[in-house]
Design a protein around this ligand. Structure first.
Ligand code: ATP
Ligand code: ZN
Length: 285
């Protein structure tokens, strides 16, 4: 029987979350032991643990069928593979940074200057778009030290909190790209593998949907029910159950995590009581 092969980062910022996602999809693996390949006990899938820089290439060459990688790394690889899903973890941005002392007024600062980066392909495209001529100095690591050792006038590197830049005397001046982990796939999977992938994708989507949403329960005075329902966009419409207390109902619904605090304020203002908000583990439409 055919098996799906997924490539994920062996050890780094995406490793734990990638394995966690598979686990949340109900896919179990025997305990690691530093192996480079692991086969699931309860789903026809094999995990290959690789350097993140190799994931896109191996998916393209069909060494693996699918993979999890940072969008930044996938875009830099510039290979014909498909992005199937944005996974919501590994968030960061690719940004241009210069020495704190520079009086930066705009992207034209880089005209005729030298920029050190591990992302020459993405950077070149961006500079072209911006109409800036700068030379690109490729370095594979420790990009942040390039300006202080006189190798470049600025850098183009991954930033999340900005603390690495700061501790190297740099400031972020322009964002090139927002990035997060993505699920990629080979473009020519056979029929059997496609069936397995569809099954996996369905599970992944259910997990991701659930993460963005909360289950909400509350008690509402009947005369405000209609108004409360109008600000509670459920999956269909909310469930309303009468309470033993006359004139009151219990209301159940699903809300977007990012709307949570706004909605809560409105609900309280309308007289809602006993509001409970609970996480959802899986959500199937
Ligand atoms: P490998 O040994 O696999 O080559 P790496 O050192 O190149 O690992 P990591 O630093 O583990 O890679 O980062 C993996 C991915 O995590 C990045 O490509 C990026 O998409 C994402 N990421 C999120 N936040 C950050 C951050 N603060 N710095 C770097 N990468 C980040
Ligand atoms: Zn890497």
């Amino acid at each position: 029987m055919s098996k799906l092969k997924i490539a994920i980062q062996k050890s780094g910022r995406l490793s734990e979350k990638s394995l966690e996602l598979l686990k949340e999809c109900g896919i179990k693996f025997p305990n690691g032991g530093g192996k480079l390949i692991a086969e699931s006990k309860n789903f026809p899938i094999e995990v290959l643990f690789l350097r993140d820089d190799d994931v896109t290439k191996y998916v393209e060459q069909q060494v693996a069928d699918i993979g999890i990688v940072g969008e930044n790394v996938y875009l830099e690889a510039n290979l014909p593979v498909k992005v199937l899903e944005y996974l919501g973890f590994g968030s960061c941005r690719l940004s241009l940074a210069v020495s704190k002392e520079v009086d930066y007024t705009g992207i034209t600062y880089f005209e005729g200057k030298k920029i050190a980066t591990s992302y020459p392909f993405i950077l070149e495209k961006y500079l072209k778009q911006q109409g800036v001529n700068a030379s690109i100095e490729f370095i594979s690591g420790s990009v942040e030290i390039a300006p202080s050792i006189g190798l470049a006038n600025g850098v183009c590197d991954i930033v999340s909190s900005g603390s690495t830049l700061m501790s190297n005397g740099l400031k972020e001046v322009d964002k090139v790209l927002d990035s997060q982990a993505v699920l990629i796939s080979n473009q020519a999977l056979g029929e059997e593998k496609q069936v397995l992938l569809d099954k996996l994708l369905f599970r992944i989507k259910s997990v991701l949907n659930a993460k963005e949403r909360k289950y909400i329960l509350l008690n509402a005075p009947n005369d405000k029910l209609e108004q409360i329902i109008s600000i509670l966009p459920g999956m269909k419409s909310p469930t309303v159950l009468p309470l033993a207390d006359e004139g009151w109902s219990s209301l159940h619904s699903v809300i977007q995590e990012d709307q949570f605090w706004d909605i809560i304020d409105e609900l309280k203002a309308l007289g809602a009581e006993g509001i409970l908000v609970a996480p959802i583990e899986k959500m199937i439409y």
